[in-house]
Design a protein around this ligand. Structure first.
Ligand SMILES: [Zn+2]
Ligand SMILES: [Zn+2]
Length: 345
């Protein structure tokens, strides 16, 4: 089958790899109909995570079940499904407490040797271990593009906003207007925020933020702190959601949040920050929450919001390309010329 393989930093290619085969009774094979390129795929693309040369990448996918092992009880061939970005055992101490993202046997699709060496989904087919847990059925009437992000970035945004624990009517700032930030703006409004301020420096992304109902703030042209202080009687926003995964964005979030507010981090941090401003966080008595998304615990909520028509994440898709165009797609995404790329095998 055809698949997108990583050979080194900046070197993704379309190649031929063996078709997946069922080896355990709980597995399923999904024929992929759409696969996203995620911001966290760029950690691999930039060579920051170890992979064997030719490793198949990708962890955002929807498709159709082609084969299901004898112990798969929830799916049969022909079912349309969305996949989570990782698998879990469903039985260990963490899984029994619904902390699936801390499962000792957890494996991430397409994330290399440090995360279970599980072949990714930017391919014609993907093998899904423990399919009953790692797949979710797509209701009739929900198309692929609306379902695709439930397995990763939509639920990441939804959970990060939930973790921000603000009250109805509160003022919320979202740092970063990438795909996760744009989805977090909509989640914050759905979850009752009174006003959502969207911070970025990209005029196009800020226009989409305004279309979402957020108040755009261009950090190169405006002073976000002054704007947010004047909007909140000099307190600062009740909650700030960091959607970048960078030191400057996290520092800005801590500077912005009001005393005893919440900074919720959706961004992916793969390295420590040596000069993390803990003193400011301490003085403010603000709460910092973050970490890998517990997608298997929260994706049911995200799917319900999509199924009821409250959220349509498909509008963040800027490019739909054939699988073979993945090398160019990665270049476009890496240069921020594409907001969100979906590949169709
Ligand atoms: Zn991702
Ligand atoms: Zn487990």
């Amino acid at each position: 089958m055809k698949a997108i393989q990583l050979f080194g930093a900046g070197d993704v290619r379309i190649g031929e790899v063996p078709d997946p085969k069922l080896e355990h009774a709980g597995e399923a094979i999904v024929r992929v109909t759409a696969a996203g390129i995620c911001g966290s795929d760029l950690h691999l693309y930039h060579g920051r995570l170890p992979v064997d040369p030719g490793f198949v990448v990708g962890h955002e996918f929807v498709g159709v079940v082609e084969e299901a092992g004898s112990e798969v009880s929830q799916f049969t061939p022909g079912d349309r499904v969305v996949g989570a970005f990782h698998t879990a055992c469903g039985a260990c101490w963490s899984c029994r407490r619904r902390l699936y993202h801390h499962c000792g046997a957890m494996r991430l699709f397409g994330f290399g040797t440090a995360f279970g060496n599980l072949r990714g989904a930017q391919a014609e087919r993907v093998l899904v271990p423990n399919a009953d847990l790692a797949l979710m059925p797509i209701p009739d009437g929900i198309d692929d593009l609306r379902a695709l992000f439930i397995g990763d970035i939509l639920t990441t945004a939804h959970q990060a906003v939930r973790n921000a624990s603000f009250n109805p009517g509160d003022t919320v700032a979202i740092v970063g207007c990438g795909p996760v930030g744009l989805l977090a703006q909509r989640c914050a409004l759905l979850q009752g925020a009174g006003a959502v301020y969207a911070l970025d420096r990209d005029a196009t992304r800020l226009r989409i933020a305004a279309d979402n109902g957020a108040i755009p703030v261009n950090i190169d042209e405006q002073d976000p702190l002054a704007i947010l202080l004047s909007a909140t009687e000099s307190r600062g926003p009740d909650a700030v959601v960091e959607c970048v995964g960078a030191e400057a964005a996290l520092t800005a979030a801590i500077q912005l949040v009001r005393r005893a507010g919440v900074v919720s981090v959706a961004g992916v941090f793969t390295e420590n920050i040596p000069l993390f401003p803990y003193g400011m966080l301490w003085i403010k008595d603000a709460r910092l929450v973050g970490g890998l998304c517990n997608v298997l615990a929260y994706w049911g909520e995200a799917m319900a919001l999509v199924a009821h028509g409250r959220l349509d994440p498909s509008s963040i898709v800027s490019h739909e390309l054939a699988l073979a165009e993945a090398p160019e797609a990665y270049r476009l995404f890496d240069r921020r010329e594409a907001l969100k790329v979906v590949l169709h095998p």
